[in-house]
Design a protein around this ligand. Structure first.
Ligand code: PMP
Length: 292
């Protein structure tokens, strides 16, 4: 296979990502009628791959794409891109769209064939250590995204604008707060609030993504991680605060809305969860660094 820094999977073929093309009338492009996943890979394995696979099929169903028509190409994309990764540490991105056809809000009957795309590019887990050591400075923003946040769609403009507003205000990321003042999540991460020795994360009854990292923490660290509603008025009383996502598992937040928060370094609960999470990643994918 030719050398490339990033690979794409389109219509059953692996090719350098820079050469991949999508049809102009793809409904993902025209209407954001599409769902996606980002998955860590290492040692030729997709970390918690089964959970990501299940979530993208559920997200597809949630926006009217028949999962039964997606499974076979999706599995082929995962298999072929993992092979192209040659065991290296990387990020596998998958996207499923409602298909391509003449632009019309309603697709023609009996429906278009969904399209599956994927990319794989190198991504080093080893960068996490410096991010955790530094910690994040974030700001709260009103949640002006659409209401179906439970599905992982490419309806991401609200997240982009929030992150841009955060950057303009001298912060790095945003925490969405709903119109009743409940904390939801970061622009691309779930949120955890530590108090009394427990990391609390908002429940899925709120408008937020059921993150895989969140799910794994809740399931495998039952002694330390639980769900409850969190109100913006509680923020100041947080002993620790952290984000968790595929690419940012357990990254501490040291400042919210310009106010210092927590110990200023990674606190004991965040540190313990980060340690366990790194171990789970290594158990599945091998140690960070991957095969050259
Ligand atoms: N919330 C949002 C809004 C996200 O975009 C993401 C990451 N895609 C997450 C949470 C974290 O999800 P995961 O742990 O599956 O990466």
């Amino acid at each position: 296979m030719a050398d490339a820094s990033a690979w794409a999977w389109v219509e059953g073929r692996v090719l350098p990502a820079a050469e991949a093309r999508i049809p102009l009338e793809d409904r993902g492009f025209l209407f954001a009628e599409s769902v996606y996943e980002a998955i860590l890979t290492g040692g030729g394995v997709a970390f918690t791959g089964g959970l990501h696979r299940a979530r993208i099929l559920r997200s597809a169903q949630g926006i009217g794409i028949d999962p039964a028509r997606v499974e076979t190409p999706l599995d082929a994309a995962i298999r072929d891109l993992l092979r192209a990764s040659s065991g290296r540490d990387g990020l596998l991105y998958l996207q499923v769209t409602g298909g391509a056809g003449p632009r019309d809000h309603l697709p023609p009957e009996p429906g278009l064939e969904p399209r599956v795309y994927g990319t794989w590019r190198p991504y080093l887990r080893s960068g996490l250590a410096s991010l955790r050591a530094r910690g994040l400075n974030v700001m709260t923003v009103p949640d002006n995204r659409w209401a179906l946040g439970t599905f992982k769609t490419t309806q991401l403009l609200g997240a982009v604008l929030a992150k841009r507003a955060a950057r303009a205000a001298g912060a790095e990321d945003a925490i969405f707060v709903d119109d009743q003042g409940y904390l939801l999540e970061g622009s691309s991460t779930n949120l955890f609030f530590v108090r009394g020795g427990v990391a609390w994360t908002p429940p899925l009854t709120r408008n937020l993504l059921p993150g895989i990292t969140r799910h794994v923490l809740l399931r495998r660290a039952r002694d330390l991680v639980m769900e409850r509603d969190l109100h913006v008025s509680e923020l100041a009383s947080a002993e620790e605060l952290f984000f968790a996502s595929t690419t940012r598992p357990c990254v501490p937040i040291h400042q919210v809305d310009r106010q210092p928060l927590g110990p200023g370094t990674m606190g004991p609960i965040t540190t313990e969860l980060a340690r366990r999470f790194d171990q789970w990643m290594s158990e599945e994918m091998g140690p960070p660094g991957g095969a050259p």
